[in-house]
Write a protein of this length. Structure first.
Length: 57
């Protein structure tokens, strides 16, 4: 289960990306998350995925 609060979601996602996944696509596939929904939710708090850093920044 992933957090519904956007700030908690940001922390959760960045931790998973840092520690377990090489990119956003593989994380979303493995955790069965809708990538577009995740990106939109984090966009709402002005965080955007950086492929270079493999994090939302």
């Amino acid at each position: 289960m992933i957090p519904s609060d956007p700030v908690m979601l940001l922390s959760f996602v960045n931790l998973k990306l840092r520690d377990f996944y090489s990119n956003l696509d593989s994380m979303c596939e493995d955790l069965e998350l809708e990538k577009e929904e995740l990106v939109k939710k984090l966009d709402g708090i002005d965080y955007h995925y950086s492929e270079e850093h493999n994090q939302f920044v």
